[in-house]
Design a protein around this ligand. Structure first.
Ligand code: 2M8
Length: 492
């Protein structure tokens, strides 16, 4: 396009989202990912809320309409018309045929069943939804109130978290993922050792329509895919019941952090709904968040690496790899419960200037243990991450698996830059915030790629990727400096 005719980046981002909107939800990418994905929709709503708040609300409501009776929010809600374009498809889960798990099969023993009439995967994804719902509400409180949005989504989100707390909590009191697809960071080296134990054979033939849209050097290999299928088959054949071991049970610091932030978002919603006499209890959610963070602090912290690591719930051993997943807990270093960057009114105190925490009382606002925030900031600024190149890599440049092109094994992702941006903004670290914003400056020129090269910022994976566009829109338009802001006052 001629320079004079160049589009405003926010308009360009909004156009990507418009093009991927199906009328009920937004697809992550029209070619590679033609269905509704769980955490993608949450990130999409965070961006869409600025220009189309009603659409952002609809995005989340559509996803929650596919919630299973047991409370889980599925990884994928299939568009059965496009079942050949992505694998595994709805048929794999027995859905779309009217007889399978994702189509509301009758319950047998511990077998879980999907929502009637909806074709879904039986897996889940990281619980960023309640946080997204709160941000969506804050952007347009009047529209949200008109639609009764909070009252509509709060009970479903609370049941989703309850599913994670009750059915998915492992030996150390943290949520367990049953498949790399559940972590959202599928190909991360954090899952390598556990995946090695899974036989690389599946009964279902592996189809790879994804390779029509991205290079083989950018996507997981065929051996990994056979293991992915094998694991998914095992879980499916056990009726997606969570008391049957499937051979993969991993605790992830990213997943756990998002659960804690989302619990605090539920606490904000409960407080907002309380006036309406709906009986929602903020203190219950705050206590749940505090429990998750205390368990992370006790079981996932790696003093030598200076960040949080994953844990194999089967062996009880940590996976000592430095990845961006382990930096995301920095979100919990600011006082999220009060919605300010000042010291917490309860719990551990944070020094807003240094980001350090002090005190050890189990609190609900600022919850990371003493000194952790400072260490995390140093690791983020250090040679493995922002100190080693212009953009935030998905794993440390010092990790032996670091690969600048391979999906989740090096390339920077925009959702990770966004999560860390929110964290450092709340801690008043404008220097690091400016560094993270640089990633969003390449989004529009590179065609809103799925991820980028860590050194040049060149686009990788698919293009016109929805969460890249949505989070770019948020970075351009949001004035919030905390993860859990207060609702925008009506303009006069
Ligand atoms: C990627 O994961 C899917 C499986 O869920 C895949 O590789 O086919 C991941 O990047 C995941 O985080 C994302 O939600 C999904 C859709 O964008 O794609």
């Amino acid at each position: 396009m001629h320079k004079d005719l160049e589009e405003d980046p926010a308009d360009a981002a909004a156009r990507v989202l418009e093009a991927s909107w199906t009328g009920r939800h937004t697809v992550p990418a029209t070619g590679l990912y033609p269905h509704q994905w769980s955490w993608d929709s949450a990130f999409v709503a965070i961006g869409t809320r600025h220009r189309e708040p009603a659409r952002a609300r609809a995005e989340l409501v559509t996803l929650l309409d596919a919630q299973w009776p047991d409370g889980r929010v599925p990884q994928i809600v299939y568009d059965v018309e496009r079942d050949d374009d992505y694998a595994p498809g709805a048929g794999f889960w027995g859905a779309g045929t009217g007889a399978g798990l994702g189509a509301g099969a009758p319950s047998a023993g511990t077998t879980a069943t999907g929502p009637a009439g909806r074709a879904t995967s039986g897996l889940v994804q990281p619980p960023v939804h309640a946080w997204a719902a709160w941000l969506v509400h804050c952007a347009d409180p009047a529209g949200s109130a008109r639609e009764g949005f909070l009252a509509r989504v709060y009970p479903r989100l609370a049941r989703w978290h309850e599913y994670l707390h009750v059915r998915r909590t492992g030996a150390v009191g943290l949520p367990v993922t049953k498949h790399p697809w559940e972590t959202g960071t599928d190909n991360s080296p954090l899952w390598d050792a556990a995946l090695e134990r899974v036989p690389p054979q599946s009964r279902t033939p592996v189809r790879r329509p994804d390779l029509r849209h991205a290079g083989t050097g950018e996507r997981p290999g065929s051996r990994d895919y056979r293991r992915y299928y094998r694991l998914a088959e095992t879980y499916r054949d056990a009726g997606c019941a969570d008391d049957v071991p499937v051979g993969f049970a991993m605790v992830c610091p990213l997943f756990s952090t998002l659960l804690a932030v989302s619990e605090l978002a539920l606490a904000r919603m409960a407080a907002a709904l309380h006036d309406g006499g709906r009986g929602a209890r903020a203190d219950v959610h705050e206590a749940a968040a505090a429990r998750v963070v205390a368990a992370m602090d006790e079981h996932l912290w790696d003093e030598e690496l200076g960040l949080y690591v994953a844990l194999d719930d089967t062996t009880g051993r940590t996976v000592r790899r430095a990845t961006v997943n382990g930096l995301v807990p920095l979100l919990l270093a600011a006082d999220l419960a009060s919605g300010t960057t000042g010291p917490a009114t309860s719990g551990r105190k944070v020094d807003a200037a240094t980001g350090t925490t002090a005190g050890t009382a189990a609190g609900v606002g600022t919850v990371l243990a003493t000194g952790r925030a400072e260490r995390l900031l140093a690791t983020l600024a250090g040679p493995g991450f922002l100190g080693g190149g212009p953009y935030l890599p998905s794993i440390s440049r010092e990790d032996p698996a670091f690969d600048p092109a391979l999906y989740w094994r090096g390339p920077p992702w925009f959702n990770m830059s966004w999560l860390l941006l929110r964290a450092v903004q709340a801690l008043g670290r404008d220097d690091l915030a400016a560094r993270l914003r640089e990633h969003f400056a390449v989004a529009e020129p590179e065609g809103f790629p799925e991820y980028t090269d860590p050194d040049t910022g060149a686009g990788r994976g698919t293009r016109q990727f929805s969460w890249t566009a949505a989070l770019t829109l948020d970075v351009l338009l949001s004035k919030e400096t905390t993860a859990l802001p207060n609702p925008t006052p009506p303009s006069v």
